[in-house]
Design a protein around this ligand. Sequence first.
Ligand code: NDP
Ligand code: 8X3
Length: 251
Amino acid sequence: MPKTVLITGATAGFGKAMAERYAAEGWKIIITGRREERLAQIKEALAPAQVHTLCYDVRDRQAAFDAVAGLPGEFAEVDVLVNNAGLALGMEPAQECDLDQWETMIDTNIKGLMYMTRALLPGMVERDRGHIVNLGSVAGTYPYPGGNCYGGTKAFVNHFSKNLRSDLLGTKIRVTNVEPGLCETEFSVIRFGGDKIQADKVYEGMQPIVGEDIAEIVYWATTLPAHVNINSLEVMPVAQAFSPFAVHREK
Ligand code: NDP
Ligand code: 8X3
């Protein structure tokens, strides 16, 4: 009996690569996103895999619950939920930021992830089977200039994931927070408001992680023996590391 994975934000980047990875292993796939055309294209490209598409905005609480409640019978028992949909907007310092952008990140990265988790968890608990994988970020652990609200949302994802583990103790449900560093997807193009030149500079002269790398990690974490739980997994390109603390000195 093939297992079912639901991947939010599968129209691009990590989500799309994950859909391809799970499809190659014969899983049933549910893919979500706001771009309906892309969902249809991906479904076609994944044929003959069994794919169900859900077109909605993860910030819309009712739409999220309706989408889960309306899953056709053969997709209704979700084994793995990957809360992947998310974004960063801008890199301005906090005192100059656009509050609407902050709210969009909170609504997407935090609330969207909470809605899907809350909608699918009761079924997982009832079946005593399931795995929730959340896409955190190194930005949730390490501060950097301009990371302000984005990093804050990913710190939430880290702590929420661990708190889920506490609540789910005694069940067979697993929870994993994957925290990537620099990865080349549509992420930076979105962050810089569609400015492809600025986005490309982020990855200039270095080899970033790509969607397929993250897909491999998520697939691995969700196919380990049932008694093993990866709590969190931080991953960076070899070409990315840490720098000394910044110190401002008076002249
Ligand atoms: P992409 O921009 O390539 O993909 C983001 C996906 O999220 C798209 O499929 C998009 O679909 C979906 N999405 C965004 N907003 C919404 C929304 N409101 N409702 C529904 N779907 C939405 O980014 P990545 O693949 O790189 O990012 C995936 C996750 O990984 C994010 O949570 C990101 O924060 C995290 N991450 C990314 C890193 C990177 O460097 N790339 C590093 C660390 C973490 P659509 O537009 O069709 O709705
Ligand atoms: C994305 C990683 O370092 O670009 O979450 O913020 S970073």
